[in-house]
Write a protein that binds this ligand. Sequence first.
Ligand SMILES: [Zn+2]
Length: 303
Amino acid sequence: MNKFFFYFFYIHFILKIKGYDGYLNYQNESTWGNLICTNGKFQSPINIINSDLNLLIDNKNEIAKIESFEYSPIKNQKIQFIHGYKYMIDTSKNGFFNIRIIDKLYKFNLHDIHFHLNSEHKINSKSYDIEVHFVHTNSDSSENLNNKYLVIALLYKISYNENNIDSFIEKLPFNDINKEIDYLEFKSVFSKLNNQIIYFYKGGLTTPYCDESVNWLVIGEIQKISYSKFIEIKNLIGKEYPLGNNREIKPLNSRKIYIISSTYNPRISNIRVILIIIIFCLFLLFIMSKMCPESLNCFDSIL
Ligand SMILES: [Zn+2]
């Protein structure tokens, strides 16, 4: 056997051990080369059903609370096609997301933004046209077991109303992936987190190695994409994956899904401060009225 064949089989063997690197057969996941993809009990995506008994409201932020995030614009990047299945933008230098999970604060660094033709998650058994994943990795590399990733999922449906469409996805050059994105602000995408229904659950990566170490935030409000931009994405991803690159729904098993409320919005904090001041003033007035039986005279003297 010559050197070429030796290295070919060696590399193939290494990839087999590490996971999958090549065309993903979405119709037959047993070919994905990783046992957890087929046998895991906490896989993604899932169908989020609002009437499900496993869906709970975390209105006190006991399970998860968004603390802050910061993202800088994308500069001089291209949409890349890597590993034979991933259409992504490298955003490994573009920002972070702080979230408290149970009682511990985690910092996740943005790693990449990638795209799925046909949504992966379903909401109330309904699928959508596109799903965008903002993949973050834990800044603490010792956190490998349960909290290795944070992925924020935005679901899009086609809109024929130009006023409604999301400006971030519209500016991406899916029709020419050799074209560099000179400068693209995308922090506004995350302002959508304010006052939104956000579903939080523990799951896995939807591509190999299917690690079950993902904190998923699925944004409840469906975003809008123009028909022409959708066709650009369909032409790009559909070349390799005519039926889409969306994984089939996985069972929830014993997991819970939580609706968390974002308290990131500074306006909410301001309202809280104003409420506290009003309550304090009312309390002060109450005390003064108790201290002075003829309250009118007291107030007269103050005035
Ligand atoms: Zn994805």
